[in-house]
Write a new protein. Sequence first.
Length: 120
Amino acid sequence: MKPSNSLLRFLGLNTQGDVGPWTFYTSKQNGLVWFVKAPPLEPPSRKQIHQRNKFRLIGAVWRSLSPQQRSDWLLAARKAHLEITGYNFFLYYMMTADAAAVRTVERASHTSLIPLTRPC
């Protein structure tokens, strides 16, 4: 059963992308548009597999951090008023190696986040 757009808006959902078996996007003319997600027509490419494995590895590194280290990343993102979560900031750092951005957030939040070895 497909709930109405007004019910989704009432619940505060402004979803884009795939959620469960549904695909959502916002149209300028019709507002929220959604439909049953179609299966891929071709298997993933080698680059897609590589990228997915990279994200899996970074997730594993995040889970391997001590609770205190994860808490530091979450707290630093909040204290620095970032528009992303601490996990997303950690993911950004692991993907880009942008230590300067991390150092800036460390100074703003008075939190130590790195040294941290990057697996990717």
